[in-house]
Design a binder for this molecule. Structure first.
Ligand code: LLP
Length: 413
């Protein structure tokens, strides 16, 4: 089942007010759209503690706090993300340290903190967990999982495929038993979970079904182990249809597929959605600096570029770009370009934006995931401000960087 996407609730008058007060470029997050993103998952899964929002998608403290109010958990990829979640007031028992490459120190920190789950994905991480287990009380072991590389091509952008046989993540299925046995024989840690993350931006659920055909048999083979597998962590990945005519895959369809397969197995499922919770809630406001005709190709040069929002430059992602002022007009031939020193600095191509003039405001939509979090200071450009809007109220939840912020921590001479 696919349903039409929920449009962000932010109307043009509100966006215009925010741009006037805060300036541009600015990210605006619609708190109610964040709520809707969390609720879609909770309605589908039931128990909110089975959902671990992937903090990497949008890590603003106000966003984390808003999502935490729904009772869901959080997946942190790094100690930095873990620290943010803790700073947002979330207790360690709601945090998963995710299955991406980690330092030994990060694993140790996760074990010390008493997280909900620590997903290990390489031998050195397993060794670090076994050593760190010594600091846990014997009756309170740290729950750990192993990330499996299932060898599945999931249909994501090539940079975002993470479950293929040649991916850098996780254990080959044939390596799991040995690592599991080592962990179950060590004190202070208890292996409970097998994990995968297939890739990001998936619009098809078939790869999840394939992954279950890899994970469930491994779990069955480990059933006689001192520590049986209790849960499967299926990672994130559900896509968002960014282009105009799209519709998003629904969590409920994924959950149904998973429950059908796991029914009666005694295995619980965990999900780590990032994009599908946060993307629709975000809008990037940018002002047009000027227009340029280049060999008959009209272009709008804006004050936001790939340093502020990199998804077109990195993945060719065509997010909707609406004129807040000005009109949608003419043939889809207008390019939307950023101001930096590279020709690849684009926000989108082939847009119907002929009615847009210098100083007009544009809204780049569905940028609540992997937007601000991937912004950089290239060209010494301060990163944008972030605003959280709730109905008619809104507030700045991250100030625009100042010029002094750009050299904080540097020493000259
Ligand atoms: N869990 C793990 C272990 C992950 O590596 C990721 C994403 C997620 C969960 C969340 O996946 P999601 O539900 O958001 O697809 N910068 C890229 C996305 C990279 C995602 C990497 N890992 C983009 O802009 O599309």
């Amino acid at each position: 089942m696919q349903t039409a996407r929920t449009d962000t609730l932010l109307d043009h008058d509100r966006l215009r007010d925010i741009a006037t007060d805060v300036g541009t470029p600015t990210y605006v997050y619609d708190a109610r759209a964040l709520d809707a993103g969390a609720r879609r998952w909770i309605d589908a899964v039931g128990d909110p503690s089975r959902i671990s929002y992937a903090v990497k998608a949008n890590f603003n403290l106000a966003v984390l706090e808003r999502l935490a109010a729904h009772g869901i958990g959080f997946e942190a990829a790094t100690t930095g993300e873990m620290a943010r979640v803790l700073a947002a007031g979330v207790t360690p028992d709601r945090i998963v340290l995710g299955g991406v490459p980690k330092t030994r120190a990060a694993v140790v920190e996760g074990i010390r903190r008493g997280l909900d789950l620590i997903v290990l994905q390489a031998r050195h991480e397993v060794e670090a967990a076994m050593e760190a287990g010594a600091m846990r009380a014997p009756d309170d072991p740290a729950r750990v999982g192993l990330r499996v590389r299932p060898g599945i091509q999931a249909g994501a952008h090539p940079s975002l495929e993470t479950g293929r046989a040649d991916a850098k993540f996780g254990f080959h299925p044939s390596e799991v038993r040995e690592a599991w046995a080592a962990l179950s024989g060590a004190g202070g840690v208890e292996p409970t979970a097998l994990a995968v993350h297939l890739g990001s931006g998936l619009d098809d659920l078939a790869p999840y079904a394939e992954a279950l055909e890899v994970l469930v048999p491994i779990a069955e083979r480990l059933a006689g182990d001192a520590a049986p597998v209790r849960e499967l962590d299926l990672g994130g990945g559900l896509g968002v249809a960014y282009e105009d005519a799209g519709s998003d895959p629904e969590p409920v369809d994924l959950v149904r597929l998973v429950e059908d397969r796991l029914g009666g197995s005694g295995l619980a499922a965990r999900y780590e959605p990032g994009r599908s919770i946060a993307a629709r809630a975000g809008t990037l406001l940018t002002r047009v600096l000027y227009r340029r005709e280049r060999d008959g190709h009209p272009a709008l040069i804006c004050d936001a570029g790939f340093t502020d929002f990199g998804r077109f430059a990195l993945y060719g992602a065509e997010h909707r770009i609406e004129p807040v002022d000005g009109e949608t007009q003419g043939e889809p031939t207008v390019e939307v370009l950023g101001p930096t020193c590279e020709s690849g600095d684009k926000l989108g191509t082939e847009r119907r934006l002929h009615g847009v003039r210098p100083d007009d405001l544009l809204a780049v939509r569905d940028v609540g995931a992997y937007g601000f979090v991937m912004a950089s200071n290239y060209n010494s450009r301060p990163r944008p401000a972030e605003v959280l809007a709730d109905g008619t109220d809104w507030k700045v939840v991250r100030a625009r960087e100042s010029l002094e912020d750009l050299w904080r921590g540097e020493t000259a001479g």
